[in-house]
Ligand binder design. Structure first.
Ligand code: AMP
Length: 211
């Protein structure tokens, strides 16, 4: 299964991506996670991405596209992949289509997680993230439920940056919904509800797609 997951920040892409990647035995490729890992390790890529990430803006396409192109050469893609957070604009969607066309491995589906803006703002502004493993947590939690690591609030989950991220989503990422609908790849599900319910909706919808 070659799958793209798309949806606004806070729609639960990362959480659903983990379940879906396990379900289909495919790697979960999150561009946000790759950037954050580079930030933590203070690599040149991390340094380059930091200002954009902290401001809630997109890292330039030249940097992001090269990173994804490289990731898609790894030898763990026999069963496919799940891209989370990429593409985020039409140029990236076109680059992805070209990379995959070259390998004769086109996408099977694009799953859109749909959720109202009010819910997003509430979710993101209260989200905490584990410094060690990246799992999300609630503000009440003392430590990460998955690994016990220290929790922090992502710079881009602070109230002043959330609005910017939503604006970037509407202006730059929403046009890819139309792009993929035209390509006949788009599947939209309601992303409001229990995590397991949403996974169920996703796998039911994706069962109609070639495995
Ligand atoms: P995420 O964890 O997916 O919300 O991504 C966090 C941040 O990483 C975004 O707000 C962007 O600054 C950057 N980022 C992640 N994916 C992309 C992408 N496909 N294109 C440009 N920037 C990205």
């Amino acid at each position: 299964m070659r799958l793209v997951l798309v949806g606004p920040p806070g729609a639960g892409k990362g959480t659903q991506a983990q379940f879906l990647a396990a379900h289909y035995s495919i790697p979960h490729i999150s561009t946000g996670d790759i950037f954050r890992a580079n930030l933590k390790a203070n690599t040149p890529l991390g340094q380059e991405a930091k200002t954009f990430m902290d401001a809630g803006q997109l890292v330039p396409d030249s940097v992001t596209n090269a990173m994804v192109k490289d990731r898609l050469t790894w030898d763990d893609l026999a069963n496919g992949f799940l891209l989370d957070g990429f593409p985020r604009n039409v140029v990236q969607a076109e680059v992805l289509r070209a990379i995959l066309a070259e390998k004769s491995t086109p996408l099977d589906a694009v799953l859109e997680l749909s959720i109202p803006n009010e819910l997003i703002i509430a979710r993101l502004s209260s989200r905490r993230t584990c410094r060690a493993c990246g799992q999300p947590a609630t503000p009440e939690a003392a430590n990460c439920g998955a690994c016990g690591g220290e929790l922090y609030q992502r710079e881009d989950d602070k109230a002043e940056v959330i609005g910017k991220r939503l604006e970037v989503y509407e202006e730059q990422t929403e046009p890819i919904i139309h792009f993929y609908r035209t390509e006949g790849l788009l599947i939209t599900i309601d992303a409001d509800g229990e995590i397991s319910e949403i996974t169920e909706r996703a796998t039911t919808a994706l069962a109609r797609v070639k495995a």
